[in-house]
Design a protein around this ligand. Sequence first.
Ligand code: AMP
Length: 288
Amino acid sequence: MSLYYVIEMLPNQIIQKKEVLNSVLSNYRLLNNSIGFVPTMGALHEGHKALVNKASNENEIVVVSIFVNPTQFNNKEDLEHYPRTLNADIEVLKSIKNVIVYFPIEKEIYPEITSFKSFNLGVLDKIMEGKHRPGHFEGVVHVVHNLFEIVKPNKAYFGQKDYQQLVVIKKMNAHYGFPIEIISCETIREKSGLAMSSRNMRLTEQEKSDAIFIWKTLLFVKENKINYSPSELIDLAKAFFEKGNLILEYLEIVDIEGLELLKDWNSKSICCIAAYCGKVRLIDNLLL
Ligand code: AMP
């Protein structure tokens, strides 16, 4: 089914141009209605749906953007293989009330003339996702900054599944002085514990079952917190993880605010994991 056909079916719900989006949203702004925003890269699943449902309950209108952002991919192959499933995405969103889908082309998001100025994310860009995906957060900050300027929402919804991203977004929201409330939403999981992710679509059944080891390791860390120091537990957890079939990229225990490596259990902490399951890179985390 072509995009044209989808637009024909749902003329008021799919918008490609920011001018059109703004003229629709201006009616809500005139009435002082709250605008919720859920930025996504599409290939929507129950995790995304939970964000949109929450936004729909808390706002009069919700904008869901679907844009596979090239600037946040440090790996060309990952970008090429990223699933694009617009028609299925529309199906997922159809049942949720007051949703507008914003489906821009690249030039809309990245016009030639731009006022965007990047800023230094400090340690956030040097550890975990920042360290292993150079340029990734620069791309995330750029796209969310530009989307915030276009949509101008009252509230924006992000998943804890991408915990480091959430911390980055809060920092960038404060840095640019956007009057937007950042709402964090819990991670939605399969029954097996595997965190839902658009990338799971690329896993074979065997890999899906192998991938559960990420969740098992996170539970292992939580259960053993009382018995060990953070650094001892990291070593034990890495040894535990090696019993599975995945290749570990990092396993860290960090504090939940600044994501600094934890020396003792005095501050609130989170365990974050990135690992390759076959060719697919997966991330997950658990508050300890
Ligand atoms: P993405 O399309 O992967 O860029 O994700 C869009 C938003 O959905 C981000 O804020 C993610 O953190 C969030 N998200 C993705 N997977 C999940 C999940 N399993 N549970 C909750 N939120 C999620």
